[in-house]
Ligand binder design. Structure first.
Ligand code: GDP
Ligand code: MG
Length: 296
């Protein structure tokens, strides 16, 4: 038989290569100290790990994040390899004078764009450029039940200009279900009032279905989450959870919190779109500004 490589087979080979290379996905967490950022990271990904640099440690002793730190992990979701970079940031707004406390975070995001652009301008076209651009920034909101702090508005504005921002209500086990609903509405109204443009965006070429999907996500934001690095026993089964005054919270139970929605959103339904939006909207706008500045 003649050895003949058909089109199908080539397509399959390319697909195979892509799947083998997997997705590179970079997530950043931002918010005040103590809101559970480091805990959530561990809750989201610890159980999926097959290989990691920088181990996840449960919070046996107090720990504080003092600088922007990146951890790389490889997880497998539905047979797809996900190369995950998690960028943990120190809490901002902890000082008396908070002027510019967000600068290092915004700079970090821009630095990744800048590094990518430099590679793009110098690398041969077909060479693979490692992607460290932040695809999603999870913004942690203090579960006060009242409203956002003025500093949150300032930081959210700065972030939304350079990255996909997804707000979450931290430690939502401290709110009742009713409090959660009204807090969400108040937060979203305030974001809208301040014209903060959150992910997902409705760009022109979307299908009707995608627009509806985006609307569903927007109606859910901010995700009310609970994180935990410990296991508790519920109905004789070990689950990730927390014990509090009222009983046991099972982090993975959607009647208790929206952790599962957030995880599905990040690792399944919006993974690819978060990556594409970063490249097509945020990076593209950075790039055109830089190239324009070069010409002047
Ligand atoms: P970070 O400073 O934002 O990184 O906060 P940490 O992840 O270090 O958490 C600070 C403290 O809050 C720790 O004692 C956690 O166990 C606790 N914590 C984290 N997530 C939650 C949560 O969802 N609910 C409650 N009640 N406590 C939490
Ligand atoms: Mg931390």
């Amino acid at each position: 038989a003649a050895s003949y490589v058909g089109f199908d087979s080539i397509t399959r080979q390319i697909e195979h290569k892509l799947l083998k290379r997997g997705f590179q996905f970079n997530v950043m967490v931002v918010g005040q100290t103590g809101l559970g950022k480091s805990t959530l990271i561990n809750t989201l990904f610890a159980s999926h790990l097959i290989d990691s640099k920088g181990r996840f440690e449960p919070d046996v002793q107090p720990r504080q994040t003092t600088e922007i730190a990146s951890q790389s992990h490889v997880i497998v979701e539905n047979g797809v390899r996900l190369k995950l970079n998690i960028i943990d940031t120190p809490g901002y707004g902890d000082n008396v004078n908070n002027e510019g406390c967000w600068d290092p975070i915004v700079k970090y995001i821009k630095d990744q764009h800048s590094a990518y652009l430099r590679k793009e301008l110098t690398a041969m076209r077909d060479r693979f450029i490692p992607d460290t651009r932040i695809h999603c920034c999870l913004f942690f909101i203090n579960p006060t039940g009242h409203t956002l702090k003025p500093i949150d508005i300032v930081v959210l504005k700065k972030l939304a200009e350079v990255v996909n921002v997804v707000p979450v209500i931290a430690k939502s086990d401290s709110l009742t279900l009713e409090e959660r609903v009204s807090f969400k509405q108040r937060v979203m109204a305030e974001l809208q009032y301040n014209q903060i443009r959150l992910y997902p965006f409705d760009v022109d070429e979307l299908e009707e279905e995608e627009i509806q999907f985006n609307e569903r996500i927007r109606n859910m934001l901010p995700f009310a989450i609970v994180g935990s690095e410990r296991s508790v026993i519920v109905d004789g089964k070990q689950v990730r959870g927390r014990k509090n005054r009222w009983g046991v919270i099972n982090v993975e139970d959607e009647r208790h919190c929206e952790f599962i929605y957030l995880r599905n959103f990040l690792t399944r339904t919006h993974l690819q779109d978060l990556i594409e939006t970063t490249a097509q909207i945020h990076y593209e706008s950075f790039r055109s500004k830089q190239l324009l500045a070069l010409k002047e």
